[in-house]
Design a protein around this ligand. Structure first.
Ligand SMILES: O=C(O)CCC(=O)c1ccccc1C(=O)O
Ligand SMILES: [Mg+2]
Length: 371
């Protein structure tokens, strides 16, 4: 069976976040992203979501660079020939350097389409083995420690399996100390989004006493060398996020001892096929992985759920309930979390219906592409 894509629709969506989300690099008030719909000769639709943000704060990609790369380079390659398996796209797209989030958005839509044609849920098509996944929640920097404690309280009561807080210089050791005092046993971790350098090593070392599950990306977003130096001097496991774009990056980071855990984001690594490769190389090296988040709407959330069913996703990820961020998500049913777990959907493809009426409400413009 071959997939022949006859039409691709790119939609530009804007969704209001329930509350602003603040990291060490900036604050998000709303979500703006590209929704990809790839339609084949039988009229079956596959869905993908670009996780690039409007500004190049997290990495160098943006909504506009993604649109440009998809329109001018990836769609012509996609339309060039039928696709026997979504894993072929990596090779086909390899003449385009980097631009992982743009590639992942297209590849994700084709994986969904492929799974639907095979009448398989996406997680089965990927080789996953779970019907339930454990999830945590990521909590942005707040105005006060009291606000943060109140929010954590709510998510602990909801049953989330671990709490991640964002840190930055000035919102770190004292904050973590307060959180630990109030919640002595909650599985807790901190994400610095590259806010520190080796000059801050004493500050980072001071976190060792709080029994964090890990510290995520403390140093530069393109670094794996200083992280190895740091890991040798702290007890808390380092988890890399921004620094890992490929299975090759993962191999090198593992070899250097730059981390003990890897956060896999499908968008950051160029798609589900590469995410699987990173999963595999980490598994071979006893490095646990978990699925990161990029404030995704429902389609991206569904892809995250599917990849998390692979065996070596042994730590709770950032895929919270739709209602954590959205008044109304773009999928039916929405992603719900019960007792800190999500039941993996068994319908073909991503396993959720895209709510076209809701998509229309959030869409600011659409463009249609044909071979
Ligand atoms: O809930 C989520 O989607 C994860 C939120 C999160 O931590 C995050 C959000 C935006 C950009 C980067 C990150 C990150 O994991 O570093
Ligand atoms: Mg992170």
């Amino acid at each position: 069976m071959e997939i022949k894509v006859k039409r691709v629709m790119l939609r530009h969506l804007q969704m209001k976040l329930k509350a602003p989300f603040t990291t060490s690099f900036g604050s998000f008030q709303k979500k703006e992203f590209i929704l990809v719909e790839a339609i084949d000769e039988d009229g079956v639709s596959g869905w993908g979501e670009s996780v690039a943000f409007p500004s190049p704060w997290y990495n160098e990609e943006t909504v506009k660079t993604n649109w440009h790369i998809i329109e001018d380079f990836l769609l012509p390659l996609l339309f060039q020939a039928p696709i026997a398996h979504p894993e072929e796209l990596q090779q086909r797209f390899s003449i385009i350097r980097k631009n992982q989030m743009a590639k992942a958005a297209i590849e994700g839509a084709i994986w969904d389409l492929f799974a639907k044609k095979q009448e398989l849920p996406l997680h089965k098509a990927l080789g996953g083995n779970k019907n339930r996944i454990e999830v945590g929640v990521s909590i942005g920097i707040q105005k006060s420690v009291d606000d943060l404690l109140r929010i954590i309280e709510r998510y602990v009561q909801d049953g989330y399996r671990r709490i991640k807080i964002k840190i930055k210089p000035g919102w770190d050791v004292d904050v973590v100390r307060e959180v630990r005092r109030r919640f002595p046993n909650v599985p807790l971790m901190a994400d610095a989004n590259s806010a520190y350098s080796l000059a801050d090593i004493d500050r980072i070392k001071a976190l060792d006493e709080f029994r964090l599950m890990m510290i995520e990306q403390p140093l530069a977003s393109d670094d794996i060398v200083d992280h190895a130096t740091l890991q040798a001097q702290i007890k808390t496991p380092i988890c890399l996020d921004e620094s890992i774009h490929s299975a090759e990056d993962a191999r090198k980071a593992i070899q250097l001892g730059s981390c003990q855990i890897i956060n896999i984001k499908i968008g950051r690594v160029g798609g589900l096929s590469e995410a699987k490769r990173i999963h595999d190389i980490c598994q071979e090296n006893n490095i646990p992985v978990w699925c990161g988040g990029m404030l995704e709407a429902g389609v991206g959330r569904a892809h995250n759920i599917a990849i998390t069913t692979l065996d070596n996703f042994t730590m709770p990820g950032d895929t919270a309930a739709s209602s954590h961020y959205w008044e109304k998500d773009i999928i039916v049913p929405e992603v719900v979390v019960r007792n800190g777990t999500i039941t993996v959907p068994e319908q073909p493809g991503i396993g959720y219906e895209v709510d076209r009426r809701q998509v229309d409400i959030y869409t600011s413009y659409v463009k249609v592409y044909r071979p």
